[in-house]
Design a protein around this ligand. Structure first.
Ligand SMILES: [Zn+2]
Length: 156
């Protein structure tokens, strides 16, 4: 399952990538017509904060999810988890920044701080944008947030 996400909901897009889902982000100002054509052609599930656009997509019978921008990130994720029936598998994680595939690489071969090289033999590198990730406190915090969202989703 792949998603097309409103730029206003970039935080949601980032987390869906982290959870291993393919996500494209649409620039704000993209005409509705273009968005609807994309979702239809490529079978993307539209996630939008634009109620009018959501209504049109729904009428067309396209897979679409409306998210209220005022809800917390956990609440927004929980709605997507519930509606799209997502499951948890961090082994499939993609680059939160660009959605590229991640692969494991020796930390000594990449430009990361010395203390990371000491504590992490392997890190993950994005094949597209070359951003490097390691399972440190930031990663842990993202995992916890996703876990909270799944818990929340089970109560919806
Ligand atoms: Zn990337």
């Amino acid at each position: 399952m792949r998603f097309l996400v409103d730029e206003m909901l970039f935080d949601v897009a980032k987390y869906l990538r982290f959870m291993g889902y393919g996500v494209e982000v649409m620039r704000s100002g993209t005409p509705d017509k273009e968005i609807l054509a994309r979702t239809e052609e490529d079978g993307l599930v539209l996630i939008t904060a634009d109620k009018e656009l959501y209504k049109i997509a729904k009428k067309n019978g396209d897979g679409t999810i409306f998210l209220d921008i005022r809800k917390s990130l956990e609440e927004k994720l929980a709605i997507v988890i519930k509606k799209a029936n997502l499951y948890l598998d961090f082994e499939r994680s993609r680059c939160p920044k660009c959605g590229g595939e991640l692969h494991y690489i020796d930390s000594k071969d990449v430009n990361v701080p010395e203390f990371i090289k000491k504590t992490h033999k392997k890190v993950q590198e994005c094949l597209s944008c070359k951003h490097v990730y390691w399972k440190g406190s930031h990663w842990e915090a993202m995992v916890k947030r996703v876990e909270r969202a799944f818990k929340l989703a089970s109560k919806i």
